[in-house]
Design a protein around this ligand. Structure first.
Ligand code: FES
Length: 262
């Protein structure tokens, strides 16, 4: 490694003794995040087709949840999705996993382990502006948890269909499963957050000293279990939330037809 280190210092960006395809992961991350970002902005910009309520169904796109227009009568001169989406955006942008991912793929700082970064740069931590703002993550966690509750409501609501007389009945449509899958994956991502790990298990010297601390240990173990797969959950939930919007949108536009399974 001493040899690799000297090569890195001398040659700058991309210098490495690695022989594997180290560039593939940052490239895929760049493409994945960019594609999702472009789609999310486009979908939020539309301001319509976010609700499918034909055939008794009630599917709300996660990009537009909670429905600020129906709940609070909020009708800004732009799509109200923008009043919501800054929360998941801030939550993901300050997430410890995503930080590593986009520092590497967007800023090449460094592009991968044991690969040289642009000359003149070195790691200084996140102690100065603007990176010190990343510490706001725990507050985004609180807000994202509130949104998660709203998405759970939407997922449960999607299992109830209105008959021609206006009565609600339990049922299962493909859209119900799409919205359920979305909220399950988002829960696995959110509940594996490092801020939650600290919240339930931090600032303790002894886990076994009382019933309360033993309970906290169990909670901390559960969060840690999800945290082990935080990166996969980050990607699965990102795909799931984008697909859930697309599904609702295309059903609302009449391009796709929701199938009632039950
Ligand atoms: S560390 Fe990733 S969501 Fe909190």
């Amino acid at each position: 490694m001493a040899q690799a280190g000297s090569v890195l210092e001398r040659n700058g960006l991309g210098a490495t003794a690695r022989r594997d395809a180290w560039w593939l992961q940052p490239l895929l991350v760049f493409l994945g995040l960019t594609a999702f970002g472009v789609y999310a902005i486009w979908a939020a910009w539309q301001g319509n087709d976010y609700l499918y309520h034909a055939q008794g169904a009630y599917y709300l796109s996660p990009f537009y949840s909670p429905d600020l227009h129906v709940l609070f009568g909020i009708q800004p001169p732009f799509s109200f999705a923008f009043l919501i989406l800054w929360i998941p955006l801030g939550f993901r942008a300050t997430c410890y996993y995503y930080r590593k991912a986009y520092y590497r793929s967007y800023f090449l700082d460094p592009p991968a382990c044991a690969v040289g970064e642009p000359k003149g740069r070195c790691y200084r931590g996140e102690k100065a502006f603007p990176f010190i703002l990343q510490n706001i993550h725990r507050y985004f966690f609180y807000l994202a948890t509130l949104l998660l509750l709203s998405l759970w409501y939407d997922a449960v609501r999607s299992f109830f269909f209105r008959d021609p007389a206006g009565q609600l009945h339990f049922g299962v449509g493909v859209g119900s499963l799409v919205l359920l899958f979305n909220v399950l994956t988002l829960s696995a991502f959110t509940l594996g957050c490092n801020s939650l790990r600290h919240l339930v298990g931090g600032r303790l010297d002894c886990f076994s000293c009382s019933a309360a601390t033993r309970t906290r240990y169990k909670l901390w173990s559960g969060v840690s279990l999800l945290n082990l797969k935080h990166a996969p959950w980050a990607w699965i939930s990102l795909f799931a939330v984008g697909f859930a919007d697309l599904y609702v949108r295309l059903c609302a536009m009449g391009v796709w037809h929701d199938v009632r399974i039950f």
